[in-house]
Design a protein around this ligand. Sequence first.
Ligand code: ADP
Ligand code: MG
Length: 350
Amino acid sequence: MLEDKNPKKTALSKLGEFGLIDHLTQNFKINQESSIKGIGDDAAVLNFNNAQTVLTTDLLIENVHFDLSYMPLKHLGYKAVVVNLSDVYAMNAKATQITVSIAVSNRFPLEALEDLYEGIYTACKHYNVDLVGGDTTSSTTGLLISVTALGIAESDKIVYRNGAKPNDLLVLTGDIGGAFMGLQVLEREKEVFKVNPNNQPDLSMYAYIVERQLKPEARKDIIDLLEQLQVKPTSMIDVSDGISSEILHICKQSKVGCELYENKIPLDPQVISTCEEFDIDSTTIAINGGEDYELLMTISQDDYPKIKANPNFTVIGYITEEAKGKHLITRAETAIPLKAQGWNALNDQE
Ligand code: ADP
Ligand code: MG
């Protein structure tokens, strides 16, 4: 679909493993004070002094987590880093280093990996994290990418999923549902392309939602903003699977209930119009669609004045006693039990 019309291809075997690692990582510079030794020895050496360290990892598999027929490799590299950094920020920590491991088949020429690493490089620069290591190996079929991210935070700053208290406000950053609807558009265009390969898709009217799917951002800005506003959420999680299941994670770990208001859920106009076009209920998408990488948090009501004028935050509900249960309050003011459908389940329904 998004094919390179002038491919010049170099077989990976031309470089050998070490030549390949050197070639792909030569432009990465170390910027973090805590990175004592990056790529090039048996292990990286890091010094975080007395700060607590947060560590998270994700494994992405071709045709399970990404589809190269509409995901350019550069975007894939960027997104692979972003999804990990999002987990670090969800702990209210600062991301500092990543490692990247890849398994790649000989179907991929050097130029494809250069694209992948260009995306990784762009993300490292944008989020100011160092690439300090990884592993490179062969695969018999597709591409596998595993990213591990490290971050730091003072122990009293780290925010877990288990701190939500009754009467806390449920707060969401940005808007949601876009990444899922972007995926629906890309899947549809892929089917059209299969039938007519000369048909280059015009995605301009879906620009925002397609970008939400192909080039998501992690909310580093929110971590900085919370510090500036002197707000420490009582709990926080990143929205990778849809807010319904994320809210339930917070409720379960915090032993609380909640009320989520349908009419408060922030949706971009493009999400609403695309839902109408696909004849899908936008609230279903908003609460079950995944991969938006926004932050969902609970804050004490005392902190409400600090966030209320800020357009980055929307109060979408509040926390209750556990015995009250977990409900979505619809526009018609009926309470429906919240279920963790998740976006995979949503896909299976079709
Ligand atoms: P070892 O044989 O000890 O595992 P490698 O030869 O795999 O070492 O790696 C050499 C160096 O290159 C190490 O610093 C390793 O972390 C780094 N490295 C290997 N593969 C990658 C990769 N895909 N991206 C970034 N760094 C890598
Ligand atoms: Mg190795």
